[in-house]
Structure formats: C-alpha cells, structure tokens
Design a protein around this ligand. Structure first.
Ligand SMILES: *Cc1c(COP(=O)(O)O)cnc(C)c1O
Length: 219
C-alpha cells in the first residue's frame, strides 16, 4: 500500500474511535497525493493559500469539501466565496463583514469558524476573549458561524499546549451557549492533535503526518 494511504488509514482509525473529524491539510502537496486518499474516502481537505486552493478546486473532483485554514486577506474572499466549504481562520470583524458581503453576492451562506488567539506567540492570529464576546452573529446573515478554531504554541511543553487547548474548549462551551448551532471545535495538528482530543477537539487539521514533511515552509 502507498505510504500516504497507510498513514491516512492509521490516523483515520484513531480519529473515528474518538468521533473526531479530519481535515487533511494538503498545502504544497500534489493533486496526486490528494487523489490517493480521496480515492479511499477522504473528502475534506485544508489549504492555506487562496491561489493554490483555487487551482486545486478547478482540477479535482467537485465533491471535495475545501477548508480554508490560512490567514485570509479580505480582498481574496471573493475567489473563495462561490465554493468554499468552511473557512476556519476568521480573525477580524472586517473579514467577517467581507465574507458576509460575498455570501450575499453569491447567494449562499458561508460557513466559518472564528479563530481564537490562544498561543503566547504574537505571530498567531485570532480574536481574544473579549473580542469574541462582542461578536454578534445576527449581524452577518450570510455567514453561519459553526464554531471556533485555534492553534497552540509551537513548543515541546505539553502542559502548556494542554492548557491552551483547555482554555479554547472553555471559550467554545461559553460561545455555544449563545450560539447553539456552533458545534465545531477545530484544534490540533500533526504534533499536538492527541492532546487536542483529550481537551475536547472534534475536528483536527493534519498535514505532515499523512503526506510527509513539506518541502516548503508553511508560511
Ligand atoms: C499547516 C497547517 C496545519 C497542518 O500542519 P501539520 O503540522 O502539517 O499537521 C494545520 N493547521 C493550520 C492552520 C496550518 O497552517
């Protein structure tokens, strides 16, 4: 069996046991790599760059559900609006407003997650707790806020990672009280998804553990 398919089957088994859904992160990976697991039942793929995503969308089967997980500039939303399945990385009201506008133009409600800043690293994007509380989903009728997303600090310190995921889970539970249709908590990547699952994640975004290391850096 192909190595990618083998990796995929192993991880999928582990996730299914925990009722966690998988977004296979395919940035910088070829259409052939994507197809190798699409053919055995993986339909959710995540990308970080608009241009790359649009090209793959055009070339690959139309029943793939494309997730956008990278930092998104407002002026690029219109390229994704007609087809994107879920935008994980909504990190400002400005972006939310533009997604709403493009949803209206395209006659569709666009599903989104709000990205929350939980890491100590300044470089990571996202709302803080107070900003999150001030978002009024009813102001964005062409957006469906499906839940929250976050990235932990990149560190060997598993206690810290666990605490950050725990914090996000708490915010998710609070957010859900006011927004009962928000059911997705997207947290966990190749190096920390097992910790994320113990802290209540129900969607993980895994790239290198399935497809192997990327030849280009992720950002
Ligand atoms: C690249 C990326 C991932 C996947 O990273 P791996 O370590 O390869 O699993 C997940 N989430 C986001 C936001 C990413 O940018």
């Amino acid at each position: 069996m192909h190595l990618i398919e083998e990796n995929y089957r192993r991880i999928r088994k582990q996730l299914d046991k925990n009722n966690v859904s998988l977004v296979a992160v395919s940035k910088f990976k070829s259409k052939e790599d994507i197809t190798s697991i699409y053919n055995v039942g993986q339909y959710d793929f995540g990308e970080n760059y608009v241009q790359e995503l649009v090209e793959k969308y055009s070339a690959l089967p139309k029943d793939i559900r494309w997730h956008f997980i990278g930092h998104l500039q407002s002026n690029k939303v219109k390229q994704l609006a007609p087809f994107i399945y879920l935008i994980h990385s909504v990190d400002s009201v400005k972006l939310l407003t533009e997604i709403n506008n493009q949803g209206e133009k395209n006659g569709r409600i666009i599903s989104c997650l709000l990205q929350v800043h939980i890491a100590v690293e300044e470089t990571k994007y996202g709302f803080d707790e107070e900003e999150l509380e001030n978002i009024e989903p009813a102001d964005f009728p062409f957006v469906q806020i499906k839940g929250l997303m976050g990235m932990a600090t990149f560190t060997e310190n598993t206690n810290q990672v666990q605490d950050e995921f725990k914090k996000l889970h708490r915010l998710f539970e609070l957010f859900k009280m006011g927004n009962p249709r928000s059911t997705i908590l997207s947290m966990g990547m190749s190096n920390d998804f097992e910790i994320a699952i113990t802290q209540g994640s129900n969607m993980v975004r895994i790239g290198s553990l399935i497809f192997g290391e990327r030849s280009q850096p992720a950002s």
